[in-house]
Structures are given as structure tokens and as C-alpha cells.
Design a protein around this ligand. Structure first.
Ligand SMILES: *[C@@H]1O[C@H](CO)[C@@H](O)[C@H](O)[C@H]1NC(C)=O
Length: 281
């Protein structure tokens, strides 16, 4: 019985176009975009944002996710000076948030892959990984990097580009299911209703040039600093000249949408959460 259930689940999951999203405590749309249901086999938050109006891409309003918060009191915990681990998957089914983690593997798609997983042989053109094309990538080295940003507003409707600051990036992700992000020690505590966080990714190549912005209710634990985070300003491309990097709190990257673009890289350069844009792990 379990085997056949698992098989039909896999079939369902395979039918859906897969990308990568984070399944973790505090997330919006954990069970899909219908607040009356708790779908264990959903990829609502995983689907990318492309060519949308600002009001639609902002916290996945296009699919209603900004209106489906986590249960009261559930937060993603961000330990100041520590780290936190989340699951990057193609579908909730492949995370430990579904089916007691029975379909979860070391990889985002619930399958097994070699450590040096790459698409160089299967895609002679761009070298993209095909079966997990959702990763938008050739191999780990080409993974552009993902990030987290925080706003000290508890109410998601009060979050702006300026009060949402990137606080952690992880180079060469998304890659495996588990991703561990370091947290700066100087993060102050959140207001009683918590903070609002966003998970962020701008892939490069291997499919539609989209972006990802996913909403979470979060709170900073073990905070000792009381200094507020400065207003965030757009990042700048500084690969060849570190003096050109934006100093201090940086905004998320808004890219390949109909509205809201905040970065202006040289021709042919795709913006990303990595050193070329002033971010270090
Ligand atoms: C990135 O992918 C290209 C092929 O598109 C490959 O030649 C290159 O070695 C990869 N880079 C890294 C750092 O692995």
C-alpha cells in the first residue's frame, strides 16, 4: 500500500513543472494557496516570477501567497551570530514537511544524483542539468547563489524595498536539499509580532530568466544588538572593482519583471546574490 501511494505521488509530482523553493517553518503558502487546505504535495511557492507587475511578483502575490501566512506563532528562527538550515526542494513532497520525510533525499527532487551532478553530457548546447532542469544550472560551480532578506515589519503589507535588507547569502546554491545560511551577530530582535523575511534567487541561463522571492514570518533569536538595520539600497555590480560595491545594507535584486527593476548591470551580465554584487557568504 505504501509503495503504491508513493508511486502515485511521484507521478503527480513529476507531472508538475519543477523549480526550486524553500519549505521551512514560518513560510507562507506551506499547504498551497488555499488557506482551508493543507496540501502535502504542493509546489505553489516553487514556481518562478517572470515579467510580472511589481504588485504581483512582490511576495508571490500573483498566486495569493502573501495572503496565506503560517499558523499563528510559527516563525522561521534566525539565530543572531549562528546559522539556520532550510530545505530547498521542487515540491513540498520532497521535504521533511510532508510524508514524514519519506520522499526526501539529499537532493531537491527526491532522487539520487552523483556528487558531481552536471548536464554537460546530456545537454551539448548549454550544458544544463535536464532531469532537474529546474535548478537552472550546469553544475554546482555555476549555481548563482541564493539569499535571505529581513524586514523589521511584522505586517507583510508594510514591507518595502527599503526596509527589506539582505542579511545572508549562500554561494553555489540552490544545489542540495539542505542549505545552511550564516547569520550576522549584529541582527537586532524583531518586534513582538515577528519580522518578515524573504528567500531570494536569481538563476542564470538554463531556461526562462526568472527570479524567486518567497515570504516567511521570521524572528531573530539570541539577539544582543539593538542597533536598527539601515535603509537598504540597491546592490551594484563590482566583480572587477570592489570599490564599486554597495556598502552596508543592500536591497534584494528585482530582475526580469515588468516593473520594479533596481539593478543595471553591464550588457550580458545577470545579477546574482554573490561576490560579483558585493555579497560574501
Ligand atoms: C559552468 O558551466 C560551463 C558550461 O556552460 C562550464 O564550462 C564551466 O566549467 C562551469 N563553471 C564552473 C565553475 O564549474
Amino acid at each position: 500500500m505504501l509503495a503504491s501511494t508513493t508511486l502515485s505521488l511521484l507521478a503527480l509530482v513529476a507531472a508538475a513543472q519543477a523549480h526550486v523553493g524553500i519549505y521551512a517553518p514560518g513560510m507562507y503558502c506551506k499547504g498551497g494557496s488555499d488557506p482551508t487546505k493543507d496540501d502535502s504535495n504542493t509546489n505553489t511557492v516553487v514556481n518562478p516570477l517572470y515579467n510580472l507587475a511589481k504588485a504581483d511578483w512582490w511576495f508571490q502575490h500573483d498566486r495569493g501567497c502573501d495572503k496565506v501566512p503560517p499558523p499563528e506563532g510559527e516563525f522561521l528562527e534566525i539565530p543572531a551570530g549562528g546559522s539556520f538550515t532550510v530545505e530547498a526542494v521542487h515540491n513540498r513532497a520532497f521535504s521533511t514537511l510532508s510524508y514524514d520525510g519519506k520522499l526526501a533525499t539529499a537532493w531537491p527532487d527526491g532522487k539520487e544524483h552523483p556528487e558531481d551532478w552536471n548536464g554537460f553530457e546530456t545537454d551539448p548546447r548549454e550544458g544544463c542539468i535536464q532531469d532537474g532542469g529546474a535548478l537552472h544550472v550546469q553544475n554546482k560551480g555555476n549555481a548563482t547563489g541564493t539569499a535571505w532578506a529581513i524586514s523589521y515589519e511584522s505586517d507583510i503589507s508594510k514591507v518595502t524595498m527599503e526596509n527589506l535588507a539582505v542579511f545572508s547569502v549562500l554561494e553555489h546554491t540552490p544545489w542540495k536539499r539542505l542549505a545552511t545560511y550564516q547569520v550576522p551577530a549584529a541582527m537586532p530582535a524583531c518586534p513582538p509580532g515577528g519580522c518578515t523575511c524573504a528567500w531570494l534567487w536569481v538563476p542564470k541561463g538554463c531556461g526562462q530568466p526568472n527570479m524567486y522571492m518567497q515570504g516567511f514570518k521570521c524572528k531573530v533569536t539570541r539577539a544582543t544588538s539593538t542597533a536598527p538595520i539601515a535603509a537598504a539600497v540597491p546592490p551594484t555590480y563590482c566583480k572587477d572593482d570592489k570599490t564599486k560595491c554597495t556598502k552596508g545594507a543592500k536591497q534584494m535584486i528585482a530582475w526580469n519583471q515588468a516593473e520594479g527593476k533596481n539593478v543595471f548591470p553591464p550588457n550580458g551580465v545577470s545579477p546574482a546574490y554573490n561576490e560579483a554584487w558585493g555579497w560574501k557568504n
